[in-house]
Design a protein around this ligand. Structure first.
Ligand SMILES: Nc1ncnc2c1ncn2[C@@H]1O[C@H](COP(=O)(O)OP(=O)(O)OP(=O)(O)O)[C@@H](O)[C@H]1O
Length: 584
């Protein structure tokens, strides 16, 4: 990731790097002028003063340019990373995203990207100080080769110690980065579970001490150990420098010519070099943290690798239609790592056609929502195929296929904006629907956005229904939509809205536990333990040669529902309407 960003900003990085090099060189020149002024009696002091002033000015200007450029690089890297991760998340296979979980994505978007961006801010510090140290070395070599050779040995030893320490530190920083993803999950629980934590003091204490506390502590401990190792190795480097100054002053500089100049030069250079070297050694861990974070982002985004190309349909595309959607032996498996068990859904054989209302019923955990996700193309089938108008839906066209659907799952999300592209009558249509759903006193659509989302759960679900209506897709999926509605609105939903959708030719899949309304369905599909036990197509009647519109042959459907013991399961069209009237 880091190398990708570096490649992306190569030009700017080069320019900023050159400015840093210039700043480093100017700083060394300043020291050289100081040394000359201190030790050369016969020097032209006027020329020396000019050179000193030029070097100081050059150091300041190049430092300014480099810092501004690196700041821009850092901001650009941060934005680039956020765009890159968001794009990966948007394009990711939904199931993979579900498996990865929100906290990891959150931590990649926030902390890890901030660390990587930080690297670009610390980069000039590293570069400038590295140049100063290198320049000082060159100056020392110019003063005396033999002493310089000794300096190289000392610095070599320091670097070796630093490298060994570095390997150890990285291990701890890695552990901290992984634990931090879990910590983000706990942070979410702090807010999402606020009610539960307030209602149960023992649970709150356990969460604070054992769960959240442990996680915070692990991150603290691992990061503290990792960073301490770095800091200790920096101090070891410092000690080597002081040792070396002593060695030069009291042992190495023998009777060389210009003894005073060499000794003063070395002492001056070393004292001058201590601060940059120290900064360098302290900044390197930041670069390593950035590397660890970059690797973590890589790992997270690799798991989000896109499998399917995204649709090229423009957002306000005309609503598509379909003649039939058939699940032909489709199946999906969840592997539960902790419990080491598998939940297997299917193989399911089911057909859907426009103008048909199907109720999907069954006990908790029987697989209704999973089947709805499979049907809507959110999950790739592990087996079998989804056949749209006689053509199997593959990876290449699954995103297109999904555009047939509008779904309200129980964990639905309400966006503030309707996100339906600019449409002059969007507000009007939205407000008319709000009126129809008795929400006009609470919320309005203005400028393509809801004026508020601070509503009760049932009201929020009605807002989601408004969004669904506005999307005007041919296939609607309602996952226990009515569960949070009051009896009055349940009536409106089952007896008015659903028939109205059917009359408009919509295909509707309703997941429901409201058995008093089951008789209003055209067909009831029952699930048990991941299998369709009633209302599905028989595998042998599923193939392509089944009548394209089974609605023309309601008898083909009704007996299956009845066979499943669904009291009141009806045929479709006129039959259902008559049944409804009778029930009313
Ligand atoms: N995101 C998931 N990750 C792993 N396993 C899952 C996931 N969602 C569901 N499952 C598994 O699939 C089974 C069926 O879940 P599903 O939500 O499809 O049932 P459901 O019939 O809709 O239940 P309910 O009526 O309670 O909403 C669950 O028992 C669970 O083991």
């Amino acid at each position: 990731m880091l190398s990708y960003l570096i490649r992306q900003s190569r030009l700017l990085l080069w320019a900023a790097g050159l400015a840093s090099v210039a700043s480093g060189i100017c700083s060394v020149l300043v020291v050289a002028q100081i040394n000359a002024a201190l030790t050369q009696d016969d020097a032209d002091r006027g020329a020396l003063a000019w050179r000193f002033a030029a070097a100081a000015l050059g150091a300041m200007l190049s430092q300014m340019v480099a810092s501004v450029m690196f700041e821009r690089l850092s901001q650009r890297a941060h934005a680039e990373l956020r765009r890159f991760i968001s794009a990966r998340v948007l394009a990711a296979d939904y199931r993979r995203l579900e498996e990865l979980g929100a906290p990891k994505v959150q931590s990649a978007l926030s902390e890890h990207s901030a660390r990587v961006a930080d690297f670009f801010v610390s980069f000039p510090t590293i570069l400038v100080n590295a140049i100063i140290v290198a320049g000082c070395m060159v100056y020392m070599a110019w003063l005396s080769w033999s002493v310089f050779a000794a300096a190289v040995v000392v610095i070599g030893l320091g670097s070796l110690g630093y490298h060994l320490a570095h390997l150890r530190a990285i291990r701890h920083l890695d552990t901290a980065a992984k634990e931090q993803d879990r910590l983000f999950d706990h942070f979410r629980s702090l807010v999402d579970g606020a009610k539960e934590l307030r209602l149960n003091a023992a649970k709150r204490r356990h969460f604070a001490d054992a769960v959240l506390g442990d996680s915070i502590e692990t991150v603290r401990r691992e990061r503290a150990v990792g960073m301490s190792v770095f800091v200790l190795s920096a101090s070891w480097g410092n000690f080597l420098i002081y040792g070396f100054i002593g060695l030069v002053l009291f042992a190495l500089v023998g009777d060389v010519p210009d003894r005073v100049k060499v000794m003063t030069g070395f002492a001056l250079v070393f004292v001058y070099m201590v601060a940059p070297l120290e900064t360098l050694l302290l900044c390197l861990p930041k670069a390593n943290l950035a590397r660890v974070s970059g690797a973590r982002i890589d790992e997270i985004t690799r798991q989000l690798e896109r499998i399917e190309p995204q649709t090229t349909l423009a957002t306000p595309a005309a609503p598509r239609t379909f003649r039939s959607v058939r699940l032909s032996g489709v199946g999906h498996r969840y592997f539960h790592e902790g419990a080491n068990e598998i939940f297997a859904l299917g193989p399911v054989h089911l057909s859907f056609r426009p103008g048909e209302i199907t109720f999907l019923v069954g006990g908790n955990g029987s697989g209704k929502t999973s089947l709805a996700k499979l049907l809507a193309g959110l999950y790739r089938p592990d087996r079998g195929a989804i056949v749209l108008d006689g053509h199997p839906v593959g990876d290449a066209d699954r995103d297109d296929y999904r555009q047939l659907f509008s779904a309200i799952f129980s964990d639905f999300h309400l966006f503030e904006q309707l996100l339906d592209g600019a449409s002059p009558d969007l507000d009007d249509r939205g407000n008319r629907l709000l009126e129809k759903l008795l929400l006009d006193g609470k919320v309005q659509v203005k400028g393509g956005a809801f004026t508020t989302r601070q509503l009760s759960q049932g009201q929020r679900k009605r807002l989601a229904l408004v969004v669904s209506y506005l999307e005007d897709r041919p296939f609607l999926v309602f996952d226990e939509w009515a569960a949070d509605q009051d009896p009055l609105f349940k009536e409106v939903f089952y007896r008015e809205l659903l028939p109205e959708l059917r009359a408009r030719g919509k295909c509707v899949l309703v997941i429901s536990h409201d058995d008093r309304y089951f008789h209003l369905a055209d067909r009831i599909v029952r699930m048990e333990d991941g299998q369709v036990v009633a209302g599905g197509d028989a595998p042998e009647t599923a193939p392509e040669n089944a009548p394209e519109n089974a609605l023309e042959n309601p008898a083909a459907i009704a007996p299956r529902a009845e066979a499943a013991g669904e009291v009141g399961a009806r045929g479709v069209g006129g039959t259902a309407s008559a049944a409804n009237q009778a029930a009313d």
